[in-house]
Ligand binder design. Structure first.
Ligand code: SF4
Ligand code: SF4
Length: 84
């Protein structure tokens, strides 16, 4: 059975902008679910951007978004606006 918390989490998504990531690892270090990892890919600045290894374990807490100094990762609300 889907709970209200489940439904709330379904309306949120982690967005990563790889070009902004400088691979500092802060989000990897502080993610309570340990789902962020460094990619083997390299962005145009020469850094390895992060990605989520297991989205099902992400609790959308947005600690990654709060700690990222470059605004490269954040949790956004993808809930559709109600029709007026
Ligand atoms: S939202 Fe929370 S659990 Fe998900 S990747 Fe960011 S810090 Fe980790
Ligand atoms: S904290 Fe931001 S810049 Fe640092 S690794 Fe994570 S997403 Fe990249």
């Amino acid at each position: 059975m889907r709970t209200a918390v489940d439904m709330k989490l379904e309306n949120k998504e982690v967005i990563i902008i790889p070009e902004r990531c400088k691979g500092c690892g802060f989000c990897i270090e502080f993610c309570p679910q340990h789902v962020l990892v460094e990619s083997t890919e390299i962005n145009s600045k020469g850094y390895h951007p992060v990605y989520i290894s297991d989205e099902s374990r992400c609790n959308k807490c947005d600690i990654c978004g709060m700690i990222c100094p470059d605004f490269a990762i954040s949790v956004v609300d993808i809930k559709k606006k109600p029709k007026s």
